[in-house]
Design a protein around this ligand. Structure first.
Ligand SMILES: *Cc1c(COP(=O)(O)O)cnc(C)c1O
Length: 453
């Protein structure tokens, strides 16, 4: 075991060191070698060293370098050194984090991380927190708590009786709701099309003056961080209206919730602490390994009622049981990496991570604008939308930038305009990475445009 783990650590370190010189996307050759994995199921056992050698030699070159410093597609963080290393130790521990009796260390680290998270994100100190696989599942869990609370008020036990014959719940979302929230609604039996969509402004923010009539059977889903523009729904203008109607406010803050941790961005989330539930990712902006998300619910019993299980053989003490707050029963000890990330960053390091990546985004916007390209959004956070001309030209430039391999950005269509999306979410991105990527973007864009003349 010891030799295997040492040689694996060397391979992993070598992989990470090689990323700077590698194309962000794998070469065609590396991808063609993936066929080497297509063996018949072996009849006999293999030496673990040989298994890892095959994995590294064939697998590593075929990875997309999302762990590197110039991947700006989707909203993708890397892994902080302490978080990756904690993941290795936790892998060695192989803890099942579902119950305190199964993993006292994981349960304790979750509790410490919860305290720090609520502090860093400016959320109410008494919130229940579940360590889930990502923001999709965090949205699911938060909305399950909402569903429970709204129906319990009307004397309906949704966990026991389901939704057949239940009093109706109205769900309100913004026109630019993230698809994962709609997926969560569909999994909850609330229906992804059975929603009221509120119009948004030019940045994708829900219009506070366009809310439908609200009542105590309504869930209003707000967004902190539009996946295209990075914009925030106006929490201070909307949440008091929703609360006055006794409706439930859920916030999808997959990455945007972290703005609270950076003093210069924190005003974006003003008023957010008055919501009832919040979803965020840890694997995006906190830069922990996949998969890791967090759900927060103001009234702990609402999440507990929606998620807790009971069986005679399962522990039932006074301790906080991690799986009483998550859809998963058995689960990986995700809290360990969250703890390690926060422990290594500290308050200042976390603020700097958020602020620095936002600054990189602003530099991308300024550099592209200077080069004559159009920035489509107000760059308030870490997201930039750029147009290189008409839709066809922009699509060609995005494809050519991806082909070039210096960095990676995806395409999108936003408010009818084809654009390239830049999301700066990795701890590893430096100013030099931004300049190198800008140079590549501008060089490739002008080549594409000249070729079109
Ligand atoms: C990424 C994202 C999600 C989904 O998160 P996963 O971690 O992929 O489940 C939800 N909402 C927003 C706004 C996002 O950016």
């Amino acid at each position: 075991m010891e030799n295997l783990l040492k040689s694996t650590a060397e391979r992993a370190a070598h992989y990470l060191e090689s990323l700077d010189e590698r194309s962000v996307t794998p070469t065609a050759e590396a991808l063609s070698h993936l066929s080497l994995f297509d063996e018949p199921f072996p009849d006999v056992p293999a030496d673990p060293e040989a298994v890892i050698a095959l994995l590294d030699e064939v697998g590593s070159p075929a990875t997309v370098t999302t762990a590197g410093s110039r991947y700006f597609g989707f909203v993708i963080g890397g892994s902080l050194p302490a978080a990756l290393a904690a993941n290795w130790i936790a892998g060695a521990w192989d803890q099942n984090a579902s119950f305190t009796t199964l993993s006292p260390v994981s349960a304790r680290l979750e509790q410490v991380a919860i305290r720090w998270l609520l502090d860093a994100l400016h959320l109410p100190a008494g919130c229940a927190v579940g360590f889930v696989t990502g923001a999709t599942q965090a949205n699911f869990a938060g909305l399950a708590a909402a569903r429970h609370a709204l129906l319990a008020r009307q004397g309906w036990d949704v966990e026991a009786q389901g939704l057949f014959g239940a009093p109706p719940i109205t769900v309100v979302v913004g026109e630019e709701v993230h698809v994962s929230l709609l997926k969560a609604l569909s999994m909850l039996g609330l229906g992804r099309e059975r929603v009221i969509r509120v119009p948004v402004d030019e940045q994708g923010r829900m219009r506070a003056d366009s809310l439908p009539p609200l009542d105590a059977h309504t869930i209003v889903c707000l967004q902190a961080g539009n996946v295209n523009s990075g914009a925030f729904d106006p929490m201070e203008a909307i949440i008091p209206q929703v609360k006055a109607a006794k409706a439930w406010v859920h916030v999808d803050g997959a990455f945007g919730l972290w703005a609270a941790a950076a003093p210069e961005r924190a005003s974006l989330v003003n008023g957010i602490e008055a919501a009832d539930s919040w979803a965020t990712d840890a694997h995006k902006w906190l830069n922990v390994p996949y998969d890791s998300g967090l759900v927060f619910v103001r009234e702990p019993q609402q999440l507990h009622a929606a998620m807790a299980v009971n069986a005679a053989y399962l522990a039932q003490g006074d301790a906080r049981e991690p799986s009483h707050y998550t859809p998963e029963l058995s689960q990986r000890a995700r809290g360990i990496e969250v703890w390690a990330a926060l422990r290594s960053l500290g308050r200042q390091g976390l603020a700097d991570l958020i602020e620095r990546t936002c600054r990189h985004a602003a530099r991308f916007a300024a550099g592209l604008q200077e080069a004559g390209y159009t920035i489509l959004n107000e760059v308030v956070l870490n997201q930039v939308l750029v147009s290189f001309g008409d839709a066809e030209t922009t699509r060609r430039v995005v494809a050519a930038i991806q082909q070039d391999g210096t960095c990676w950005c995806g395409g999108t269509v936003w408010h009818g305009q084809t654009a390239m999306r830049i999301s700066v979410s990795s701890w590893a991105t430096t100013e030099a990475d931004v300049e190198r990527s800008l140079e590549a973007m501008i060089r490739v864009a002008s080549m594409v445009r000249q070729a079109a003349l």
